[in-house]
Design a protein around this ligand. Structure first.
Ligand code: GLP
Length: 264
């Protein structure tokens, strides 16, 4: 894992957006993996600015969401398909229909999950997946205790996740759906490159487990230790429980020095 401990949200946004710009420069028709939640929002804002400046375009890309609540219509205020449209996709130049998510409103979440997994396979694979991190260590909606090699599946949400997300449902946990359809951990692991972003002390324990804990279904994000190309963008608070934080900072400087050698 490439750990980057950065001093501000602006620097995190810049680093995340840079990964997209680098990819789009090489591969304008890249397949993008988008995440909802609040963590990626600064990165999306930065990408919108780059698009408005004419520096990047999404016109030839396709994008896939990680997850969706079960039982919310696509146009429900808190449906992830609507959320991503409002905060990002609708503000740049994706082609109509280019951004897709699991359909949580078909009445058969198992069939919808299988269909979505197939769409991802048919796309040729996600080139760059952005991820947030749940306080219980989930990625997408893969809750603790699930298979570390799961494919896209319906998922029962934990009380912790529903409580964390109640802020989007008028602070009423009863309004938060009980189920979601989520890309599985094996599905996410197929992405060629991953950028995970976590900020704030409420994420510190999950970050420490993800980076330095033993691989375990108890902390689903630990599976990412096996990913060959992942960058973890953290602020100081989210990094505060990392035992090797000082080394990661030195290592990040070292990586940049090494990269300069590669370009010689
Ligand atoms: C949600 C989403 C995840 C997201 C996580 C963290 O439950 N399903 O994809 O990463 O919670 O959200 P936030 O970034 O708002 O803390």
């Amino acid at each position: 894992m490439n750990i980057e401990i950065l001093s501000s949200t602006a620097k995190i946004a810049e680093a995340g957006a840079q990964a997209y710009s680098d990819l789009l420069a090489k591969k304008p028709d890249a397949v993008l993996g988008l995440a909802t939640g609040s963590s990626p929002l600064p990165i999306y804002d930065q990408l919108i600015s780059l698009y408005e400046d004419g520096a990047i375009s999404f016109a030839d890309t396709r994008a896939f969401l990680l997850d969706e609540y079960v039982g919310l219509a696509a146009d429900h205020e808190q449906a992830y398909r609507r959320f991503i449209e409002e905060v990002f996709a609708g503000k740049v130049d994706f082609a109509p229909g280019a951004v897709q998510g699991p359909d949580g409103d078909t009445g058969d979440p198992f069939a919808a999950a299988a269909a979505y997994e197939q769409k991802l396979v048919d796309s040729g694979g996600v080139d760059l997946q952005i991820l947030g991190l749940g306080t219980d260590g989930h990625i997408a909606f893969n809750e603790p205790g699930g298979s570390l090699s799961s494919k896209t599946h319906p998922q029962v949400l934990t009380e912790q996740t529903r409580a964390d997300n109640a802020r989007f449902f008028d602070d009423n946990i009863d309004e938060v759906p009980q189920f979601a359809i989520t890309q599985g951990l094996a599905t996410i692991m197929r992405a060629k490159q991953i950028v995970l972003v976590a900020e704030g002390s409420q994420k510190a324990e999950a970050v420490a487990q993800m980076v330095e804990g033993g691989g375990s279904a108890l902390w689903p994000a630990t599976v990412l230790q096996w990913h060959p190309n992942i960058t973890v963008l953290l602020d100081e608070d989210a990094a505060s429980k990392l035992k090797l934080a000082d080394f990661y900072k030195a290592e990040a400087r070292g990586r940049r020095a090494l990269a300069r050698l590669e370009n010689k």
